[in-house]
Design a protein. Structure first.
Length: 343
């Protein structure tokens, strides 16, 4: 068979076509991600940071509860166990979020109605670059929707939640059956899922609960808080009770406070939508402060962190950050390295 004479001339054209096709495909993928196409596996690039660098996300509010955005690196002072640290990392860049939303099935009728009216406001409070998973919980947590960028899919899933009353008829009026929720199980379930998301995403657990929890929940849960701190997961919540006493003992605070989050208590339906927006903005727009501890850990120890703003030009109302972290010795950071006793 005779070889076509112009085959050699077509090779450059073929290469050009392949290059053009690659450019078009790259553009289509970029547009798809920007529009929030559901991606089964988050393929964001992980950021490489030194393993012994301690990162502290910080939220600073003025006296009116508004975020202060204009602070610089020199405006902060970070201490670890009372010792001032040298800040070597500072960032104010907004980051995409991975949100695990947990809904208590026993919230009361008023909270249910407010929640249903504001389902769209919930998902719209977060950007197209944020991913969200949805869970309902009672005795155990059940994931109804895996992490997705598709807001319509989330709204459809949320509308299917089967709420149940807190108190059920028992053997008598004096012995009712209480539908208590296992909040700790729900938070740990979400935390395990969040730890597998891309490292450059800020991990957030968002809980809506009435605070009626199982008996074991009335005690501290150190393993859960330790896991949240190790994985850099922040807990925010919406509590149902509005009395001063309830807010003091609200179990969500056991997780929100140590991780640098907050619990809100909206009363009116409109306040739910405003709270969603506040949580979204606070979680995304944080100062990230980083330092390498001056004293190396010889064994696993919990170290307390404190942050203060040294710039007197700003009237600071509140500074929120994680309360501490678990420091690991070098041989646990680098298990395959030969570490000398003098290191």
């Amino acid at each position: 068979m005779r070889r076509p004479k112009n085959l050699g001339r077509r090779k450059p054209m073929i290469k050009i076509c392949f290059k053009l096709l690659a450019i078009i495909l790259g553009f289509m993928v970029g547009v798809g991600l920007a529009q929030g196409v559901d991606v089964r596996e988050d393929q964001s690039v992980d950021l490489e940071v030194p393993v012994d660098l301690v990162l502290v996300p910080v939220t600073v509010e003025d006296k009116g509860g508004k975020l202060i955005h204009s602070l610089q690196k020199n405006d902060f002072e970070v201490s670890e166990d009372g010792i001032v640290q040298n800040l070597t990392y500072f960032s104010v860049e907004p980051s995409p979020l991975s949100i695990a939303f947990l809904l208590d099935r026993t919230i009361d009728d008023r909270a249910q109605e407010s929640f249903r009216q504001n389902m769209r406001a919930l998902v719209e409070a977060f950007s197209g670059f944020d991913e969200m998973a949805f869970y309902e919980f009672l005795a155990v947590a059940k994931k109804l929707q895996d992490f997705t960028f598709e807001k319509d899919k989330l709204v459809k899933t949320i509308s299917k939640v089967d709420f149940v009353p807190v108190v059920l008829p028992g053997l008598s009026k004096l012995m009712p059956v209480v539908n208590d929720s296992d909040l700790d199980n729900a938070i740990m379930t979400a935390a395990y899922d969040l730890q597998r998301r891309a490292r450059n995403r800020r991990k957030v657990i968002f809980v809506v609960s009435n605070g009626v929890v199982s008996f074991s929940e009335r005690h501290d849960q150190p393993e859960t808080k330790k896991f949240l701190l190790e994985k850099g997961i922040v807990v925010y919540g919406i509590g149902q009770g509005n009395s001063f006493l309830f807010r003091k003992v609200d179990p969500i605070k056991k997780y929100a406070g140590p991780t640098g989050g907050e619990v809100f208590y909206p009363w009116k339906s409109r306040a739910f939508a405003e709270t969603y927006q506040r949580i979204s903005v606070a979680a995304r727009n944080q100062y990230i402060l980083g330092y390498t501890p001056q004293n190396k850990a010889q064994e696993e120890t919990y170290r307390r962190i404190s942050v203060r703003v040294t710039n007197n030009l700003h009237i600071v109302g509140r500074i929120r950050h994680r309360a501490g972290y678990y420091a690991l010795p070098r041989h646990l950071h680098y298990p395959n390295d030969q570490v000398s006793k003098d290191d």
